[in-house]
Ligand binder design. Structure first.
Ligand SMILES: [Zn+2]
Length: 427
């Protein structure tokens, strides 16, 4: 599966890595082969831990609708990780509230499965194939190897877009992550094959039927063929699922011998609510497409169907807010965002979007509250800049300067505005 990574690595990591002598060879704990490694295990763990919460926010926030589903996934993850070559890693497993079929692993064993992927699996063994694959990315230090190749460091949060139009995934606020491959690093094709191969061994060690890993790859091939919208296609852009991976898994699975647990009933029970909501997610996906086409009236009608069926899903209210913005109805957009926030306060995006609307209509105090709420969950240059501006309103230049400094560090469009404000403060 395609795994995308980007880090807000603190500057000190860049320096630490640069300071390491050039021949930092290490033995890959999974394959036993020697390879280039400029990142120590300690740095690897620190980078994973420092970025896990941020990255979950960037991908949609935790799947708050059913905490027990995350517990279920984490339980399978722990059982698989116990059989890995690095059972001592501080593994964590969460379900992320994101409708696209993806999963990812950060260095040090910080793993996430999208709720949208769970919709496409049919039993627990297939889920074990996903998680096993991600555990191998972490255990085999694929992320650390990429950092050593200079691909992951110093990538900031600048490209977080709040409210920009133009993609069917825009309403999630994560459109830029699917579209802007230039600042996304992904695992290489060899890393994917290695994770497939050793992931199957983890599954078998934990008692699962390895045939499920073949079916998983077939599902991905089907998903990437059947949907030509950028909603799915963008995810597979750099490393498409392939018949090669299906065949490789089939050969390995049959060599290991078919048989083992599937736990289809247990999986069906754990994902029952998600499956019942399938028509709501389909309606939202359609609404997203209509939104991207600027067909706002139809988008609104589809989003009605989504919120009627699953009003607790915050994403659908974000979608409605995006549609209202398209219709140039900012007060209705703000209302939809208030509902989105009432469903789940722990996701940065509805706070950030409502802040922008409040600022535009001149309620800078209320806007600043929202910017601060969004900033607590995810530090963006946009929030830092406007919190700084609100501090200027209040006459607190010291606080303003420090927020502007944060915005500058985070980079992007608002970093330039913040730099100009800092300059003014010094004149
Ligand atoms: Zn992968």
């Amino acid at each position: 599966m395609t795994v995308s990574l980007r880090f807000s690595a603190p500057r000190r990591w860049a320096l630490a890595v640069a300071a390491v002598a050039l021949c930092g060879c290490a033995v890959n704990p999974v394959t036993g082969q020697r390879e280039l490694s400029l990142v120590s295990e300690q740095q690897e763990l620190a980078i994973g831990a420092a970025n896990y919460a941020n990255y979950r926010q960037q991908q949609g926030g935790d799947y708050y609708l059913e905490p027990e589903l995350s517990d279920y996934v984490a339980d399978i993850g722990r059982r698989l990780a116990a059989h890995s070559d690095r059972p001592e890693l501080p593994y964590e497993f969460v379900v992320v509230n994101n409708p696209t079929a993806n999963a990812w692993a950060l260095p040090g064993g910080k793993i996430a499965i999208n709720s949208g992927l769970l919709r496409h699996l049919t039993d627990e063994a297939q889920l074990a194939a996903v998680i096993g694959h991600e555990i191998i990315h972490a255990a085999a230090r694929h992320g650390a190897a990429q950092m050593s190749r200079g691909m992951l460091l110093n990538v900031g949060l600048a490209a977080i877009a709040a409210g920009s139009q133009g993609s069917s995934a825009e309403w999630l606020g994560t459109a830029s992550q699917y579209g802007a491959a230039a600042w996304m690093a992904r695992y290489g094709r060899d890393d994917e094959l290695e994770s497939d191969y050793h992931g199957i061994e983890l599954m078998v060690a934990a008692g699962y039927d390895p045939e499920a890993a073949v079916e998983l790859q077939e599902t991905f091939v089907k998903l990437s063929e059947g949907r030509n919208s950028d909603f799915i296609a963008g995810l597979f852009a750099s490393h498409p699922p392939s018949q090669q991976r299906v065949d490789a898994n089939r050969a390995h699975a049959s060599a290991l011998g078919v048989g083992g647990q599937r736990h289809a009933d247990r999986y069906a029970a754990a994902t029952a609510a998600l499956r019942r909501a399938e028509p709501a997610y389909r309606a939202a996906e359609l609404a997203g497409k209509r939104l991207a086409e600027k067909n706002y009236r139809q988008a609104l009608a589809e989003s009605d169907r989504a919120v009627e069926r699953l009003p607790a899903q915050q994403q659908f209210w974000l979608l409605r807010a995006a549609i209202w913005r398209g219709l140039d109805e900012p007060s209705k957009a703000e209302q939809a965002l208030a509902t989105a926030i009432s469903k789940n306060r722990d996701y940065f995006l509805p706070h950030l979007q409502r802040a922008a609307l409040r600022w535009q209509r001149g309620d800078r105090r209320a806007a600043a509250d929202d910017y601060r709420a969004s900033y607590r969950h995810l530090k963006t240059a946009q929030a830092a800049y406007f919190i700084g501006m609100a501090a200027l309103d209040a006459g607190d230049t010291a606080s303003a300067d420090s927020y502007f400094a944060s915005a500058v560090q985070l980079g992007g469009e608002y970093a330039q505005l913040a730099a100009a404000e800092r300059q003014k403060l010094r004149n």
